[in-house]
Design a protein around this ligand. Structure first.
Ligand code: ADP
Length: 520
């Protein structure tokens, strides 16, 4: 397997740096064999040349070890890419942006440091997974609910840092963060918000602290390494009531968004409902070869056959109401009324009541991995990419974006899977691009499709909320108001806190000055 070294370092210099790391954290925590490096690659990497090949991995066991690593990295000029569990699937997994960067794997730091049942919050180390936290809450009958992303293999902390979404009322994970501890690029230990007050008893209760508020600055950035995070959890409701409907036509998404938006903004619908097309289900439960083996995107008649055979509409609407029985029933009446203006179809109803087991139907955040099955759709060794623009809650605009992106998918011969997650004021649109990694022609088409989607979205006024490593510069370039004033500020700040460019160079398109010329 080919190797990559940190920029400007020879193999010998790099080996010396690895020996210095081993002297502090033990050689067993320095992961530098071929198979180690292979394990930290992006398993869905869809292009032949490896621009994200890790130089090695380091797995510290404590905050003190993280600080020691940062000091050595700074001395030897070794860039570090912090990961919590590295399950950022579709966005690069555990791989770094820049080849030769050393992955700082925090998965051994996996303690749940505090669960405050009364106030509904936790304090976590980065290595705690959604499955870990769910198991502890369940085993101890703690009436607090998680919100989980559709692939829940990863870390609670890592997902919030990349502004991942879940589907309960606490589904905007970044907004539920309350207080962090970080190791800064000069190895200083920092606590944000109320945590800056020694012995504070409100670190996880009040988000802002005193003076400027920093938590959001450390998300999707490369200014520090998060070693602890406070997170609010949702008090278990008395009951939930879920309303489901299959809507038959592609164009229905327009009125669905216009019906759901006002209910969402008034908090009648309190969570981020996910409205997916039939391919969401078809790709998860079946393979393309079950339906079609021709070239190009699956044609309309095959799409119709898939829907018919699987009993699906074009869109699957799934709305959950959370709270007390009477209130949920009342709110269900409001939802029915809004939908009755557009369809005579009844909703399928599911109810959950406290004391019953939590399952997917309950609307609770139950960790799952099933949706990842979709990578098997295209055959061979699968992978996926997500083009994820932020849209307004406006049916006509959502429909137009759908039609334009669908046309591009068809042009590049890629099957279309789209979903809308309706936030408080916006919609996160996911255009899922599923491919066979071993098919060079297909992966190249997917890559071109992605670039066209970014350009077309920006021309229509839409930017992505999150992106894969390979497109971080491309997407950052679309946020170009006043000659890229925001990116320039991000990079000015980078130079101030991290002058040697030690932490995650290139993340989110933010390069340290030492590497700014190397943007690829
Ligand atoms: P998950 O396992 O939950 O999917 P990852 O570990 O893959 O999360 O991290 C998601 C993103 O957040 C990555 O871009 C990573 O660089 C960043 N990140 C993860 N953990 C940390 C951390 N502790 N400090 C700073 N950045 C982090």
């Amino acid at each position: 397997m080919s190797r990559a070294f940190p920029p400007g370092l020879s193999e010998q210099q790099f080996e010396r740096a690895l020996a210095a790391f081993a002297a502090v954290i033990g050689s067993e925590a320095v992961l530098s064999t071929d198979s180690d490096r292979h394990a930290y690659r992006d398993i869905y990497d869809h292009r032949p040349q490896d621009r994200h090949l890790p130089g090695a991995g380091l797995a510290p066991a404590s905050v003190e070890e993280v600080q020691a690593i940062v000091r050595i990295a700074s001395e030897h000029r070794v860039p570090l890419w912090p990961i919590s569990r590295g399950k950022n699937m579709g966005y690069g997994g555990s791989a770094p942006r820049l080849a030769g960067t050393v992955v700082l794997d925090l998965s051994r730091m996996n303690r749940i440091l505090d669960i405050d049942v009364k106030h509904g919050h936790v304090l976590l180390e980065p290595g705690v997974t959604f499955f870990d936290l769910f198991a502890v809450l369940q085993e101890n009958d703690i009436p607090l609910w998680l919100s989980v992303p559709s692939n829940s293999l990863g870390s609670v902390v890592g997902n919030a840092l990349d502004r991942g979404n879940g589907y309960t009322p606490y589904g905007d994970h970044a907004s539920k963060v309350c207080g962090m501890e970080l190791v800064m690029p000069d190895a200083t230990l920092l606590r944000t918000g109320m945590g800056a007050l020694p012995d504070s008893v409100t670190w996880q209760l009040y988000k802002y602290g005193y003076g400027p508020s920093w938590d959001q600055v450390f998300m999707q950035s490369n200014y520090g390494i998060v070693t602890k995070m406070g997170l609010w959890l949702m008090p278990e409701p008395e009951s939930t009531l879920t309303l489901k409907m299959q809507c038959p036509n592609e164009e229905d998404i327009g009125w669905i968004i216009d019906a759901v938006g006002p209910l969402r903004r008034r908090n009648i619908i309190q969570h981020n409902p996910n409205i997916g097309n039939f391919m969401q289900f078809a790709m998860t439960m079946t393979s393309r070869s079950d339906w079609y083996d021709g070239a190009g995107a699956v044609p309309a008649e095959v799409e119709a056959a898939i829907m018919q055979k699987l009993g699906l509409g074009w869109w699957h609407v799934n709305l959950t109401l959370y709270g007390y029985d009477e209130v949920n029933e009342f709110h269900a009446g409001l939802v029915r009324k809004a939908f009755a203006e557009h369809t005579s179809q009844p909703f399928e109803v599911h109810k959950w009541h406290r004391g019953q087991p939590l399952d997917i139907e309950s609307g609770a955040g139950v960790p799952m991995t099933l949706p990842l099955n979709m990578v098997n759709w295209a055959g061979g060794r699968g992978g996926h990419l997500e083009f994820s623009p932020v849209l307004p809650q406006d049916g006509a605009r959502c429909l137009r974006q759908l039609q334009r992106s669908r046309a591009l998918f068809r042009q590049y011969g890629v099957d279309y899977y789209g979903s809308y997650t309706v936030g408080e004021r916006h919609v996160n649109k996911i255009n899922m691009i599923v491919f066979n990694k071993d098919d060079a022609d297909q992966t190249q088409r997917c890559h071109q499709l992605f670039h066209d989607l970014v350009a077309e979205g920006a021309a229509d006024g839409y930017g992505e909320y999150r992106t894969h490593l390979s497109y971080m510069d491309t997407v950052a370039a679309t946020y170009s108001f006043n000659d890229h004033a925001l990116l320039r500020l991000n990079e000015q700040f980078k130079d101030l806190v991290d002058p040697k460019g030690i932490i995650a160079p290139g993340k989110q398109g933010i390069w340290p000055k030492t590497l700014r010329e190397r943007k690829t």
